[in-house]
Write a protein that binds this ligand. Structure first.
Ligand code: HAM
Length: 441
């Protein structure tokens, strides 16, 4: 019986691996050009790390295990707790602000569905030590910088932004007790995934009065910051949170990405640790799950036993992104192809060595020697293990998408070879030393 991969995991054959590498290389390149440094941590941590502040949803989705010493461990479902732990460990020696990125392999025992798997890759960028919305703006800018680079325009995607501070102030103003806020956030975050009646029934169960539920629903439908001000006049906390969103918008405008961004009070985020600006990027038609999400989490380092240091960041998975890029025709087909600079072939040229009684081709030796030389020079070069048919070797060169096929043969003058351009079919007979001294381009 052939064994399939575990539910919710993927095998990466070379074409899938090429896509994965292309996505991850882009994430890394954009992180570096925006001033982030790479970090990583272990793939499993103490179970309690994820029970401190990630929220019940993540805890329910943990892949947990016990080691031989009876320690309770879990495969990481996110890297933000690891980041908080690592920063706390060296808090006095790390120069601030800390701008770090990472591309961890993560595990969540979710119900596998379009864009959600049990094992995935997630780009993380985080800024620690800056209590200024400019840092939130920079996280959003870096996110858009990548999405824009891969070809997604403001017609394809939207950054939906809101604020946990604003939501908390609004809910308190509506009359929700502070102790009920965390559980209410989890429900509000699920709103887009629930049928309207189901959401309303669940909301009615969680809030003391139907009139409160009406006002929460009305707030979540608002479309602009002035609308919020209009609905809740004269509330200092709401005014302060709104001002912060206005400053955020100005920063994004200055950075040239405000066309991508909209205010969306229904953005809450499922994770428990967010404290300020929150955002998610969605496809413009809202057909897919969130492409990424993030926000400010000023208490997480403190909750992990360190000092109270402000932080903000985001995580983007590879699954929804890949689906959207395919839908938009933005995944370059050439990515899936293997590419070679040179394929080295030979005209079969068998000589018989009487003394040792072995059949040997001098051209074969030349193929191996020249290929090794080209590789040493930094070219991608390959050859076939079967040398007895030139036609088949040239076919292999085409399959491997070689730019040039080099043909060696005893019928050429010593030190000469043929360079065949695989696109045009043109061939030239050249001196081997002249060929090897050509500039690399
Ligand atoms: P999150 O919202 O749990 O946030 O995940 C962020 C992104 O990771 C999602 O928008 C999605 O792209 C991807 N993702 C999540 N779960 C899955 C899954 N099961 N399969 C595929 N992709 C998935 C966080 O993880 C935060 N730690 C992000 C963050 C960093 N906030 C601040 N810094």
């Amino acid at each position: 019986m052939k064994i399939p991969p575990v539910k919710g995991t993927r095998d990466f054959y070379p074409p899938e691996m090429a896509v994965r590498n292309w996505i991850i290389d882009g994430w890394k390149r954009v992180s570096v050009r925006n001033g982030f440094e790479e970090f990583d941590g272990p793939i499993f941590e103490y179970l309690k790390m994820f029970q401190i502040k990630s929220g019940d949803e993540i805890v329910e989705q943990l892949f947990s295990l016990q080691d031989r010493g009876g320690r309770d461990l879990a495969l990481r479902p996110e890297i933000t707790p690891t980041l908080a732990r690592m920063v706390n460990q060296q808090i006095n020696s790390l120069p601030r602000p800390i701008k770090w990125f990472s591309v961890p392999r993560l595990f969540r025992a979710e119900r596998p569905q379009k864009g959600r798997l049990r094992e995935f890759f997630q780009w993380n960028i985080d800024i620690i030590g800056v209590n200024d919305v400019l840092a939130d703006a920079e996280v959003i800018f870096t996110t858009v910088d990548y999405l824009r680079e891969v070809g997604l325009t403001d017609k394809d995607i939207k950054v939906k932004m809101s604020s946990r501070k604003l939501l908390a102030a609004v809910l308190k103003k509506i009359g929700i007790p502070e102790r009920d806020l965390d559980s209410l956030y989890i429900l509000l975050d699920k709103k887009p995934k629930l049928a309207p009646e189901t959401f309303r029934d669940m909301l009615n169960e969680q809030v003391p009065a139907a009139e409160m539920a009406d006002r929460i629903e009305a707030f979540m439908e608002l479309k602009s910051v002035p609308d919020v001000e209009h609905m809740f006049e004269d509330n200092d906390e709401i005014v302060e949170a709104n001002n912060e969103l206005a400053i955020l918008h100005d920063c994004l405008d200055r950075m040239g990405v405000s066309d991508y961004c909209v205010f969306e009070p229904s953005i809450v985020r499922g994770l428990a640790y967010y404290t300020g600006v929150v955002f998610e990027v969605h496809d413009a038609n809202d057909n897919l799950r969130a492409i990424c999400g993030g926000g400010r989490y000023d208490n997480l380092l403190r909750d992990f036993g360190g000092p109270q240091i402000p932080a903000t960041g985001m995580g983007m998975g590879d699954c929804v992104l890949e689906i959207l890029l395919r839908e938009k025709g933005l995944l370059d087909k050439r990515l899936l192809e293997r590419r070679l600079d040179f394929f080295v072939a030979c005209v079969p040229n068998i000589t018989f060595d009487d003394e040792e009684g072995v059949v040997k081709s001098t051209s074969e030796d030349e193929v191996v020697r020249l290929t090794a030389r080209l590789r040493k020079m930094g070219f991608c070069a390959d050859f076939s293990y079967k040398f007895n048919n030139l036609g088949k070797q040239v076919k292999k060169a085409a399959i491997q998408n070689a730019e040039k096929c080099i043909i060696i043969g005893n019928e050429f003058k010593e030190n000469q070879l043929v360079v065949k351009d695989m696109a045009t079919g043109e061939q030239e007979l050249v001196d081997i030393d002249e060929f090897l001294s050509r500039p690399k381009s």
